[in-house]
Design a binder for this molecule. Sequence first.
Ligand code: BES
Ligand code: MN
Ligand code: MN
Length: 454
Amino acid sequence: MDRQFVVREQQRLLKELNSFLEIPSVSTLPDHAGDCRRAAGWLMDQFRHLGFPVVQLLEGDGHPIVWAESPEVPGAPTLLCYGHYDVQPPDPLDEWVSPPFTPTVRNGQLFARGAIDDKGQVFCLLKAYEATRDANGRPPINIRFIIEGEEECGGHVITELLRRERKRTKVDAVVVADMGYYAKGWPAVYTALRGMCYVELHVRTLQRDLHSGTYGGVAPNAIETLIRMITDVKGANGKIKMSRLYSRVKPPSEAELADWASLPFDEAEFLSHEVTGKALTGIEGKTVFERTWALPTLEIHGIRGGFTGEGAKTVIPAAAVAKLSMRLVPGIKLSAARKMMQAAFAKVAPSYADWEIKFLHGGEPVQVDVKAPAFATLDRAFLEVVGRKCVAVRAGGSIPIVPELGLSGAPVLLTGIGLPDDGLHSPNEKLDLSQLWEGINVFGRFFEMMGEKR
Ligand code: BES
Ligand code: MN
Ligand code: MN
């Protein structure tokens, strides 16, 4: 591995990455389907340029998957690298200092939607491959890439593909670079991800909106009813009132809790710098790690209904919708969560309301045993380049395809180059460029080290 690669090629690499980030591949918005396809095309061009003999666009009922295979290195192990080219919607737009799809560097940070989640990380793996290949005059190892376009919107194209075609995951190890360091200088490997159950709660209390003076005082208000139902299910103390929810949770082991307790953590700094609020909320008596990594949540993402335009309109809304999701932890299966949600809202719904839960998408919680030899190799690469091995932590976020990536028994390495304050899904998402250069060297060394094992 040539550590000068990132120094020498910096300007070109930035230009290439910018051209990827400029594509507004927002998978959840139908208007951007063409942009998703363009992002897939951008990747295919990269793989062809890198000399990959197999570059495929795999179609399904949604945004396509890009599949690529490096030139065969006989006898060498095979790695599968997963990532996603789709991004979250950039809203709220007016909070971006520079526009979300006009990548801009300020203070060594590259700001753009997708800069870290996940285009910047996919780019990091691509360039790590390029750097090692150029340094050694041959590819270090057999590499396959699977880059999907529906991670952020709960699509099924990749799930169906991997269930149907097991041989794609018959590899020696899978690398998922879609997360981050625990802190600057503290690379991480993840032992668990939370699952997800995303729904809409629809409530109707009237056939039509009414004058709030004529009928105010007697007519049931749909937004008020919706809010009461939700706050009845989730109390002010953060506890979710679903029967047998917490008793199902598989608690973290003593060893895990001890590991977490030894991590450097400053709650005040976490509050001001990352959370950016005035206080933390949630279940009392549980640490931040337990609340974000090892307990379920119920979150309101948005409420629609009534009048929200400029000015004033005096109306009693007849209907309202809330977008809600639960994060699931080991012990709580998606199917159980769906039933518990249905039962909990049935219990609190007033008889005058018509209501319905519409399931949008979900994913199971995952736990990863980090004992396979590939994890030790990853540690060695980080130790050599960063000066520290990975800390084993959990993630509060979800990557629904992870169970399928491990279907053929390969170890799944959940890791990445992000930093805690990157602001994924938020305005002014960024990639710390020093992380990108470091990451290219780390993964380049990882590819070489894995390739030595034959
Ligand atoms: N990269 C994230 C997941 C993540 C975030 C893992 C932080 C670890 C730490 C991923 O792109 C993501 O945002 N996933 C969604 C999945 C959901 C839409 C099913 C999530 O977690 O909200
Ligand atoms: Mn991601
Ligand atoms: Mn994401």
